[in-house]
Design a protein around this ligand. Structure first.
Ligand SMILES: Nc1ncnc2c1ncn2[C@@H]1O[C@H](COP(=O)(O)OP(=O)(O)OP(=O)(O)O)[C@@H](O)[C@H]1O
Length: 339
């Protein structure tokens, strides 16, 4: 019976030649095992079955029945002296408020989960924690362990903690400066997370002291900068990128949100905030573009109802775009950490 060591050289060669944003340097032999005509691709980051379609576009690969196994690796982070307890911590940030940072956090988290990862969400947006609205359970108080750790809510299989579960509406906004940074760190540390592959942190918007201190204290693997395409948002997105660079946190990518308005009646696409602004910023800053999500009424309605599209209409074309962004994020985290 053929084993991984016996994988034909022609197959390994072909895999190494594959080029895709998920595999910028091809697929290494160590990710592939072969038994007879069954081949298994084990990926160290979350990705969807489209990967197998990519393989099957190569003639040699078509001789095998492919299986995909997702086993995300916990990568190095910004606090090498701390134990890697929370999987890969990814901060989702925006220089400007209201661009869709919380929506992106929720939807990237659900998409990563649908790609086979164990995912947590930490809502650290002190100015207005909106994750409980988007994922439900807004009025369910948190439970505590005997040693006083917060037990995260289970929302659609995600482990979720939010300042919104601890404070009454409006209370959070009075936190400022060092008090806010300390509260955020406590929220991170005093939550009893079950094993995770990815922990997505919804940061407070902006690039001030609170964000900088918090970013410096967390064991961060990468940062996503969410922006809308217009110039005022892009200028703030660039400030965000500069802030993370200053503290040596890799930028995993820019996510352009509200890229165009999509008419639900006729499908016409109107770039109301300008065209490709986030894409240009990503190119100029030499960071990956994770996606261009449209402004879509059904996305907002689903989030407002606490039933994101990925849970209520997973076959929607928008969900496909979100899963693509999530796999690009997972791959970017991996490749940047291995550089
Ligand atoms: N692509 C989109 N299409 C339609 N509505 C969207 C889209 N992205 C976000 N929204 C809606 O815009 C509003 C603001 O989004 P969200 O709360 O995610 O922004 P934010 O950047 O986190 O804001 P804040 O600065 O308050 O933290 C929400 O009602 C959300 O449902």
């Amino acid at each position: 019976m053929a084993t991984s060591n016996a994988a034909p050289a022609a197959l390994l060669d072909a895999l190494q030649q594959i080029r895709d944003p998920l595999f910028p340097a091809g697929i290494p032999a160590t990710w592939v095992t072969v038994e007879g005509t069954t081949a298994t691709l084990q990926l160290p980051f979350a990705a969807g079955p489209g990967v197998l379609t990519l393989l099957n576009s190569t003639a040699v690969c078509q001789d095998y029945q492919w299986q995909l196994v997702i086993k995300p690796e916990t990568l190095r982070n910004s606090q090498p002296e701390m134990p890697r307890m929370h999987g890969n911590v990814v901060v989702i940030s925006s220089g400007k408020g209201g661009v869709g940072k919380s929506s992106a956090t929720v939807q990237l988290a659900l998409a990563l989960q649908q790609l086979g990862a164990r995912v947590g969400v930490l809502d650290a947006d002190i100015y207005g924690p909106s994750i409980p609205t988007m994922l439900g359970k807004a009025n369910e108080p948190l439970q505590f362990t005997e040693d006083n750790k917060m037990i995260p809510h289970d929302c659609y299989g995600l482990q979720v903690n939010s300042l919104g579960y601890l404070t009454g509406k409006g209370d959070a906004a009075i936190w400022r400066g060092p008090m806010a940074s300390a509260a955020l760190q406590q929220l991170f540390r005093d939550t009893k997370w079950q094993p995770l592959d990815y922990l997505l942190v919804d940061m407070p918007p902006g690039t001030g002291d609170i964000q900088l201190t918090f970013a410096q204290k967390l064991p961060i693997t990468g940062a996503v900068v969410v922006t809308t395409p217009q110039n005022v948002a892009l200028a703030d997105a660039e400030k965000g990128i500069a802030m993370f660079r200053k503290v040596n946190i890799p930028i995993s990518g820019v996510l352009e949100n509200m890229s165009y308005f999509e008419c639900s009646q006729c499908g016409h696409q109107e770039p109301i905030f300008g065209r490709d602004g986030g894409a240009h910023t990503a190119a100029e800053q030499q960071v990956p573009l994770l996606g261009q999500w449209p402004l879509a009424t059904r996305m907002q309605a689903a989030l407002d109802a606490g039933k994101p599209l990925l849970t209520s209409s997973p076959d929607d074309a928008l969900c496909e775009a979100m899963r693509r962004s999530a796999e690009l994020l997972a791959a970017s985290l991996y490749h940047q950490a291995k550089k």
